[in-house]
Design a binder for this molecule. Sequence first.
Ligand SMILES: NC(=O)C1=CN([C@@H]2O[C@H](COP(=O)(O)OP(=O)(O)OC[C@H]3O[C@@H](n4cnc5c(N)ncnc54)[C@H](OP(=O)(O)O)[C@@H]3O)[C@@H](O)[C@H]2O)C=CC1
Ligand SMILES: CC(C)(CO)C(=O)C(=O)O
Length: 304
Amino acid sequence: MKITVLGCGALGQLWLASLYKQGHEVQGWLRVPQPFCHVNVVETDGSVFNQTLIANDPDFLANSDLLLVTLKAWQVSGAVKVLVGRLPANSPILLLHNGMGTLEELRSIHQPILLGVTTHAARRDGNVIIHVANGITHIGPGNEAGHHFSYLADTLHNVLPEIAWHDNILPASWKKLAVNCVINPLTALYNCPNGDLRQHQNEVSDICHEVAMVMEREGHHTTPEDLLYYANQVIESTAENISSMLADVRVERHTEIDYITGFLLQRARAHGLLLPVNSRLYEQIKRKENEYERSSTGLPGSWD
Ligand SMILES: NC(=O)C1=CN([C@@H]2O[C@H](COP(=O)(O)OP(=O)(O)OC[C@H]3O[C@@H](n4cnc5c(N)ncnc54)[C@H](OP(=O)(O)O)[C@@H]3O)[C@@H](O)[C@H]2O)C=CC1
Ligand SMILES: CC(C)(CO)C(=O)C(=O)O
């Protein structure tokens, strides 16, 4: 397949390296208008992929069979809207990010859209991307046109396993959102690795209660106990990790809070629900983010 990967950060480079190794034709798409991108990934087994690949080639984009979007949630809709008109009309766009709400921002797009959430972990260490842990990527249709692309699960599974196809991706997206609502703001506020949340079980449980209320109203059956069990599983399996939100706060980068807790609160409002615990966490993270964004000159990201 011919694939453009939009966003060549940690996940983007992991996918570029894996696709290239499986013989797919790939290019990266960068924010800066540069015709090449360096992809430097250390795999979980210690092997190194280090290649310079083409980037930002409009002809390649116009012939791409897939646009794989590996941006932060708040970067997605602006960047996709700029590129969508240059893709073949039937080529799908796969959005792979934490948080929810980008689909709503892309409602005007008729292109087939797929949504994905992943438990793979990769992080930048200087100029190198370390693939920290293997995981599962759940993908499924984000709009009507996306339903025709279940075959992509097999193709992508051969590239970066595991891939699971879901005819309805929303339950998997909400489950991941629940975990991110718990771990991301709490670790960012306590400035601690995920495992330290074992000592904050009351807050973890309160967040799960509120998320479960919203999920039920959204039509995804769950219980606070199920979510608590799952959140604690992830806290254990990623105990040593620095969450992406804490990593963002530490280097004073815009966080994904608006698409994680912010999205939850938006859905709660639509159902007339009040979520005091999540509202407080949202405000605390926004206050932190505002402090450093107010003191810097640049606004977060620009996508053209
Ligand atoms: N890394 C991981 O292990 C995991 C990540 N995720 C999620 O996946 C998503 C991507 O994460 P991750 O790869 O870590 O993020 P990164 O910040 O490492 O990657 C995003 C990349 O996109 C670039 N970018 C920003 N705007 C544009 C644009 N308009 N056009 C082209 N490129 C652009 C950024 O460049 P610049 O920095 O120069 O702006 C950056 O290189 C996030 O939602 C994250 O939460 C989910 C699970 C695991
Ligand atoms: C699951 C979790 C919390 C793992 O660190 C994550 O997705 C993140 O850090 O954004």
